[in-house]
Ligand binder design. Structure first.
Ligand code: ADP
Length: 470
């Protein structure tokens, strides 16, 4: 049979781990790179444009310099000076170290330079801004030792931003890894839990346990291995239970089948022993009953012995290379008087040409005789019995067919088990042991053959035996 099922692509755990690592690595790298770039961009642009400083200067600047708000400058001991286009000091506010009335051209330029390049030897940092509307220069001076000087004169260094962002990144990435590892660990923990649960249930004795894990990686392989092992063990256990049940039934059947004839034998022998005044006729009748029941018990014991001998491991058939057609003719011939006696209508079709097979004559005779004598035993006069044999290459087939009362379809396979009979009334009339077909099947199988039954009630029986030449 061609399996149309698609072979599922296996995903290895190593690949899953690698995928997780790659995703984490990419996310981590992207977060760090993007955040550093943003930090650098903001930091550098602020630093380069000196925006805080210019903005603060722009914010301070007023056309009416007397309205300039110097409170924040004065708070850190700074001051402002307004110089007109003639370099004269026209206004000042705050704590000036010295009161100048004017600036020389050189001082004026060095003041503007120091504002632009932050180069001054004095204790103050200067920032200047020219008001083109009113033509004056605003000078803001802040003490260098002021702790707040940076916030007014220097924006934070870009490195500070980067360090700040890296600290935030560390926290964010830490949180990300905790959450991500929780999510990705589910890929391992969930199937592992299911596997563990299955193993626990199985070891607690529930052999029907199967593991349902969706993964197609190593966990999937483990699931398949477990499930097929569980299936095998369950089947083994079931057949063991069946065997135990069969053995139990066998012992029950044997004891039941032996109990009846033996208690009859015991009862009648007791009767004869205790009644010495029995008539000859009665005595003979009782002895007949004792004899018949002893023979029945004996037949049962013989059949049982035969079956257990066949089923023992060291039992070997004695094979001979023989013409099976000739062998069949001999068996059939031995049954003709009996068939005539029971008024059977018979027909035999056996090939004229010889066909050689390895057979154990004694046992195969027993097997085939069982089938023929059953047909005679269980069916009345005018039953038709047909025995046909034919061969094709390595296969030799024998069909034993009657049109008698038949065997119910439901028993077609079970009838070959020991002590299985159609009903007890049939058996009590015939006196069979219920072991005949079990013995027949065993013998046929030991000849590398197969026996099957096609039958139904009132439709007769067809026993098909097929031998395969080795
Ligand atoms: P037994 O010793 O009782 O004959 P078998 O194993 O040979 O045991 O047969 C099992 C049962 O199958 C019989 O009890 C009988 O009911 C039924 N059986 C076998 N062969 C035939 C047949 N040819 N026609 C009808 N019933 C049959």
């Amino acid at each position: 049979m061609i399996c149309k099922c698609k072979k599922k692509k296996k995903r290895k755990l190593a690949n899953l781990l690698l995928r997780n690592y790659i995703i984490s690595y990419i996310i981590m790298t992207l977060v760090v790179i993007i955040s550093i770039m943003i930090a650098l961009f903001i930091g550098v642009s602020i630093y380069l444009k000196d925006e805080i400083h210019l903005e603060s200067m722009e914010r301070l600047m007023k056309d009416d310099y007397t309205q300039i708000d110097t409170s924040s400058i004065e708070k850190i001991n700074g001051y402002i000076v307004i110089i007109d286009k003639n370099n004269n000091v026209i206004f000042s506010k705050g704590k000036l170290p010295e009161q100048k009335t004017s600036y020389s051209a050189k001082d004026y330029i060095s003041l503007i330079d120091s504002s632009a390049y932050n180069t001054t030897n004095s204790d103050y940092s200067y920032k200047t801004m020219y008001n083109y509307n009113k033509n004056f220069l605003l000078v803001v001076a802040i003490p260098k030792n002021s702790t707040d000087i940076d916030t007014l004169t220097h924006p934070p260094h870009p490195g500070t931003f980067v360090l700040f962002v890296l600290a935030i990144d560390t926290i964010v990435l830490g949180l990300f890894f905790i959450i991500y590892s929780r999510i990705s660990s589910k890929n391992f923990v969930k199937p592992l839990k299911k596997l563990m649960e299955g193993v626990r249930k199985f070891s607690d004795g529930d052999l029907s346990t199967r593991i349902d894990v969706k993964s197609e990686n190593e966990f999937g392989e483990l699931r398949d291995a477990f499930n097929s092992m569980a299936e095998k063990l369950q089947l083994e256990q079931e057949s063991k239970n069946k065997l135990q049940e069969m053995n139990r039934r066998l012992v029950l059947d044997i004891s039941h089948d032996l109990k009846n004839p033996l208690s009859i034998v015991l009862g009648y022998s007791d009767l004869i022993m205790k009644n010495s005044d029995l008539s000859n006729e009665d005595q003979n009748n009782y002895l007949k009953i004792i004899y018949n029941n002893s023979s029945r018990a004996n037949m049962l014991i013989q059949d049982l012995f035969e079956l257990s001998k066949l089923q023992s491991t060291d039992f070997k058939l004695q094979f001979q290379y023989r013409d099976i057609c000739e062998f069949l003719r001999e068996i059939i011939a031995s049954y003709i008087p009996e068939l005539e006696e029971h008024e059977f209508i018979y027909d035999f079709i056996i090939p004229e040409e010889p066909y050689f097979l390895n057979i154990d004559e004694k046992h195969l005779n027993r097997a085939l005789s069982n089938l023929i004598s059953n047909s005679i035993k269980y069916n009345g006069p005018k039953t038709e019995l047909k025995i046909e044999a034919f061969f094709l290459n390595d296969i030799f087939e024998i069909n034993i067919k009657d049109n008698g009362i038949g065997i119910p379809k439901s028993l077609q396979t079970d009838i070959f088990h020991p002590f299985v009979r159609v009903d007890s009334s049939r058996n009590s009339k015939s006196g069979g042991s219920g072991l005949g077909l079990a013995i027949t099947k065993d013998i046929i199988e030991k000849h590398n053959g197969v026996i099957t039954l096609e039958s139904d009630e009132n439709k007769g029986c067809l026993f098909k035996i097929t031998f395969h030449k080795k």
